[in-house]
Design a protein around this ligand. Structure first.
Ligand SMILES: [Zn+2]
Length: 320
């Protein structure tokens, strides 16, 4: 009888010890995974999330390096990345029309989804082809809002707030940390805005001629510039010969000496315009996505925008 009791006690001790170790193991695994995982679509969202979350977050960007984002469609692997994350941040319905279906299809009740354009005042593109009779290729864009909201530094501050709120919700213990980082970053955005206002105040021309798609509407509006783009809201529709002729006339009439070209797509439209008008070419990087080289060099949203300011000052021939 005594032997039997000792045996039972031993078994109970063994079970308890086992339970105790496995609890410890589970804790250990959880500790390794204590970073908040964030999946973003475009580069600015990725960069902002890293700035705010710092060492407490693990951020991934869905777009592979160098890929043009307007034609991007997520793979099943991307969808599984989103569903396993703590937070998913997308730009908005006009940039990622695929996001809505994916979010509603995901079975992860804990996933926090952030539409970065929440509280942002979306603008409708001002078409530059007023005297153009070929309106058909813009027709499907009527009613569409300009999705390039990150090209206005006040919008970026709203986006930063949206991301910060999500982080505070996912990890309330570190709320003060996230809020401090967000404030620091927003003051850098204010500095950037001040530089743009100062250095773009006194320029030979206020017209940006862009041999790419309609990406810089917000920036042009903010700094009181005219923006003429060869394409519409997305880079997949080719401009017609007539569109190009209208632009060439305008360039000659306004004595414009620089044509801007976009990142990640072929600069051939800008080259055509430059060749026709003897203008020089400069990069204006909308920062949708970055290349592998940029990623390795730790290129930031702010550094891209500083280079853009340099090129705008050259291209618009601004005096300091
Ligand atoms: Zn774009």
């Amino acid at each position: 009888m005594l032997k039997r009791i000792i045996f039972i006690v031993l078994v109970i001790i063994l079970i308890m010890a086992g339970l105790f170790t496995s609890v410890k193991l589970v804790k250990k695994i959880e500790n390794n995974k204590d970073k908040i995982t964030i999946v973003t679509t475009l580069f600015p969202l990725y960069d902002f999330a890293k700035e705010i979350g710092s060492d407490k977050v693990e951020v991934t960007i869905l777009l592979p390096p160098g890929v043009e984002p307007h034609s991007f469609d997520p793979t099943p692997g991307d969808i599984s990345k989103i569903s396993n994350a703590d937070i998913f941040i997308f730009t908005g319905e006009f940039m990622e029309p695929w996001a809505h279906d994916i979010i509603t299809g995901i079975d992860n009740k804990k996933l926090i989804v952030i539409d970065a354009s929440t509280n942002v005042n979306l603008i409708t593109p001002a078409h530059n082809h007023e005297h153009c009779e070929h309106q058909e290729h813009h027709h499907d864009e009527l009613g569409n809002k300009d999705p390039h909201i990150w090209l206005d530094f006040d919008n970026d501050k709203i986006i930063v707030d949206n991301i910060t709120n999500a982080l505070c919700k996912a990890d309330s213990a570190n709320e003060a940390f996230y809020k401090t980082n967000a404030e620091d970053y927003k003051s850098k955005l204010d500095d950037l805005d001040t530089s743009y206002k100062t250095y773009l105040a006194n320029c030979q021309t206020r017209t940006i001629v862009f041999g790419g798609h309609y990406a810089f509407g917000y920036l042009a509006k903010r700094y009181n510039l005219n923006y003429l783009s060869a394409q519409g809201l997305s880079p997949d529709a080719e401009p017609t010969a007539k569109d190009l002729i209208v632009l060439v006339k305008q360039i000659k009439k306004d004595k414009i000496n620089y044509i801007f070209y976009e990142e990640l797509t072929s600069p051939k439209i800008a080259e055509t315009l430059a060749n026709e008008t003897n203008a020089k070419m400069l990069l204006l990087n909308a920062g949708h996505n970055i290349t592998r080289k940029d990623l390795e060099e730790n290129t930031s949203f702010i550094s891209i925008m500083q280079k853009n300011l340099q090129n705008l000052m050259t291209g618009l021939e601004c005096k300091q």
